[in-house]
Design a protein around this ligand. Structure first.
Ligand code: ADP
Ligand code: ADP
Ligand code: MG
Length: 461
């Protein structure tokens, strides 16, 4: 096992990794920007090194500073979390050349599956269905027009380097294709420094269903079932659940096998996720792979009874898949709500600032992964997620009711959060009946039927 791990991230995921390390008896080194001096990940790690100014381009994305910290701290491994450098193959290569273990897949597997266009190629080769679309990168508007007419409208123009719902535009006809193409390119260039795009058929109101993969360095690849992440805003997940209300044992078997086969075909190691769109007839299409731990790994942990971050670390240290992971079976239902520092009444505008009072729910079946506390200042520089609230239950209904109860207990003052939004969804009849797809949030927002409830009425300032 490793002696000391550098955690190359911030916020709740940095804490998540530090907690796993503590349980494994591994020392931790946190890195932080000047904006995160008071952050919990800095306080809970054994050691911490400041790596630069608040903007992530000056700190959490600076490979040379992180590697200097790794040398100074004499660590033997680096956990990248999600976002930032987690899917940066160059970073994994630098770690290799410094003889520091990157806790994740090999750089070559990241090259293969990190780029969406290349991942589609590998899926086709492995015999896994992908969304119909262009054969590769689409160079200009003229080619885009040809491909779109061949594939048939509506289409989605997508950045090969895309992530977090950015660099993606729908087009419904020839007239809107040109601007959609240019906008996708521009946004991708700005967000990812790579403007390459390709075209996919737009699947109308599908479910987003993804499979968790775990693979060790000895050729064992397993899946840990699915997560339904169809509750999205602007193509970004806000609520996730496992199992999916759409899933049947037969479909799980088919999709799970496809996910494992694809992972095997690229020699995948460590944790990864195969994302699919599934239409109402149960047709599924691979869309991308995330070659890292995901924000919503928590619900899989609760349903399958394992610790995926500890497992990632053990795999990276050369251990075989733990038997309880290799043979895991689903035993409950779990839901996760992403609590963001955003104002749901003002179009989810981010609202950084000081949390004047923080009280988190507890009790049976409630889990919170968060770096927030009373007095914590949410900085404006990073992702607005401040907590993940997860509930677990024997059935889908009891899990929803537990989430409703937990949200009602969640008390955060000083800043606006998305707690009232989640509260309203837990009371929505269609959601409760499992009748939703990726268009759900937009539909209820447009119909104005969402009644935002004031958070925590039981506590008073
Ligand atoms: P998931 O939530 O399923 O783990 P997301 O795509 O929402 O996956 O990404 C998780 C985090 O990583 C978010 O903070 C997102 O903004 C960030 N992220 C994802 N892909 C990229 C990328 N290519 N470049 C920069 N940040 C990314
Ligand atoms: P990201 O890297 O930003 O996570 P994804 O390719 O995973 O991008 O897509 C994110 C979301 O965007 C999907 O879950 C889905 O809601 C929507 N989406 C992406 N591609 C399509 C498509 N071809 N048809 C319909 N919706 C799509
Ligand atoms: Mg995705």
């Amino acid at each position: 096992m490793f002696e000391k791990i550098l955690v190359a991230n911030r916020g709740e995921i940095a804490l998540r990794v530090i907690r796993a390390c503590k349980e494994l008896g591994v020392r931790t080194l946190a890195v932080y920007s000047e904006a995160d001096v008071d952050s919990l990940h800095v306080q809970l790690a054994d050691e911490a090194i400041c790596i630069g100014a608040p903007p992530s381009t000056e700190s959490y994305l600076k490979v040379d500073r992180i590697m200097s910290a790794a040398e100074v701290g004499d660590v033997d491994a680096i956990h990248p979390g999600y976002g930032f450098l987690a899917e940066n193959a160059h970073f994994a290569e630098v770690c290799d050349s410094c003889k520091i273990k990157f806790i994740g897949p090999t750089a070559s597997a990241m090259h293969a599956m990190g780029d969406k266009n290349s991942a589609r190629e590998f899926a086709r080769k492995a015999g896994v269905a992908v969304t119909p679309g262009s054969d590769g990168i689409v160079a200009d508007e003229q080619e885009a027009l040809k491909v779109a007419r061949k594939v048939g409208y509506p289409v989605m123009i997508k950045a090969v380097a895309g992530g977090g719902g950015r660099g993606m535009r729908a087009a419904h006809n020839d007239a809107s294709l040109g601007s959609a193409f240019q906008n996708a390119r521009m946004e991708a260039e700005k967000a990812f420094g790579n403007g390459d795009v390709y075209i996919e058929k737009l699947i109308v109101n599908p479910h987003h269903i993804e499979f968790q993969i775990m693979a060790d360095q000895h050729g064992h690849v397993v899946h840990l079932g699915e997560r339904d992440c169809s509750i999205q805003r602007r193509n970004q997940k806000v609520i996730e659940e496992s199992p999916s209300p759409l899933m049947t044992p037969a479909l799980r078997k088919k999709m799970g096998n496809a996910a494992v086969k694809l992972a095997e075909s690229v020699g995948y190691q460590n944790a990864g996720t195969m994302e699919f769109l599934v239409d109402n007839d149960g047709n599924y299409y691979f869309i991308e792979m995330n070659t890292r731990i995901q924000v919503e790994h928590t619900i899989t942990e609760e349903v399958y009874g394992c610790d995926l971050v500890k497992e990632q670390i053990k795999i990276a240290a050369g251990e075989k898949l733990s038997p309880h992971v290799a043979n895991a079976v689903p035993r409950s239902h779990a839901i996760q709500c992403r609590i963001n520092a955003e104002d749901p009444e003002k179009n989810f505008q981010p609202v950084p600032g000081r949390i004047s009072f923080y009280y988190a729910p507890g009790g049976r079946g409630v889990r919170i992964d968060s770096h927030a506390y009373t007095g914590y200042v949410v900085p404006p520089y990073y992702d607005s997620m401040i907590a993940k609230l997860i509930t677990v239950g024997a059935t889908r209904t009891s899990t929803i009711d537990r989430m409703r109860r937990a949200l009602d207990e969640y008390y955060i003052t000083g800043i606006k959060t998305t707690v009232p939004f989640h509260s309203a969804i837990m009371r929505n009849a269609d959601f409760r009946n499992g009748k939703y797809d990726t268009g759900f949030v937009e539909r209820i927002m447009n119909s104005n039927t969402l009644e935002l409830r004031p958070a925590a009425t039981q506590l008073h300032d």
